[in-house]
Design a protein around this ligand. Structure first.
Ligand SMILES: [Mg+2]
Length: 113
């Protein structure tokens, strides 16, 4: 997964996104986080917009809607991997470690959802 993060960062460099986000100073970390949030908003917009290609398949979304939603989820991960790689953070290791920790937590661990 760390390799995927590095590839996401390399592609961001090749496509010019790296210069915009990271070339200036550390305040651009805020921009990188905002861009991750913007992808979350795009996923919400896909969920919010009506699609009429088929009957809903799951969560009220149609097949085309689910495909677009999946693409926005991918954008969230790609932007996150790019940020982690630029900061030399081993995001793959952190994900594995966090998932292992989550398996030890109690059911819902005090939350309603
Ligand atoms: Mg997007």
């Amino acid at each position: 997964m760390n390799d995927i993060a590095r590839l996401a960062a390399e592609n961001a460099v090749n496509k010019g996104f790296n210069d915009v986000v990271f070339e200036h100073d550390e305040t651009h970390l805020i921009l990188a986080l905002a861009l991750i949030t913007s992808e979350v908003s795009e996923a919400l917009k896909v969920f919010q917009d009506p699609y009429d290609d088929t009957l809903p398949v799951t969560c009220g979304m149609t097949l085309n809607q689910l495909a677009d939603f999946n693409n926005e989820l991918a954008d969230i991960v790609i932007r996150t991997f790019h940020l982690a790689a630029k900061l030399n953070l081993p995001i793959g290791d952190a994900i594995v470690k966090k998932m292992e920790k989550n398996t030890t937590r109690p059911f819902l661990h005090g939350k309603r959802f």
